[in-house]
Design a protein around this ligand. Sequence first.
Ligand code: PEP
Length: 256
Amino acid sequence: MRTPVIAGNWKMNKTATEAVSFCLELRDRVADIDRVDILVCPPFTALKPVADVLDGSRVMVGAQNMYAADEGAYTGEVSPRMLLDAGCSFVILGHSERRQYFGETDRMVNEKVRVALRYGLKPIVCVGESLEQREKGTTTTVVGEQVRNALSGVAAEEAAGLVIAYEPVWAIGTGRTASPKDAQEVNAFIREVVAGLLGASFAGKVCILYGGSVKPDNARDLMSQPDIDGALVGGASLDINSFIGIITATQEVLKT
Ligand code: PEP
């Protein structure tokens, strides 16, 4: 049985002060949620203050990116050791905005995945096709390649805690969501690819999320799919009521 993960990717939103006041309320309002793993991924500047207020609560903290080196002369970058020290247990890697605006390649994502795992940070590896690729019918080719490249050289024994997020690029921040059936098909395909790489037992345990315009009113249908184990939520995670609505819908699916 996989525990679903609802992760909020705040992108470049919320100051540390705003993030802390959001998390104080979140912490109290999700205190009774017991079947969903909840995660917020604030900008770097808010990680430590957010982790401090969430300490001892059910809500975990993740970063949105990291650099694949221990330390050194990499101006502007943040290392896995710094993320751990700030209270992170997860890190989003290979988000499509990183790939699109900051030139992240599959090779860079793979390096980051390997370093994150070495440090005991759980990577949330984002994969997904563009609209053009979907229209050309190459979704599974593209996504399969991204998953294989991201996990190249990773063994099942060192990949504990790995999470994969299927995020069709055309659905991110656009209000367009993949239908539950389409998202289920790709998530099931990703699980098969993971089984080929890391074995069926690992693949049966790995959480594969869906991301792309998830909202309280579409969460239930998406989360009811057998291979969708939660959501990576952008826009709707910035609003406390929407974020809690998605968490609650997920918990309710598990009870039905
Ligand atoms: C994201 O950025 O990971 C995302 C899924 O964004 P949104 O929910 O806004 O589409």
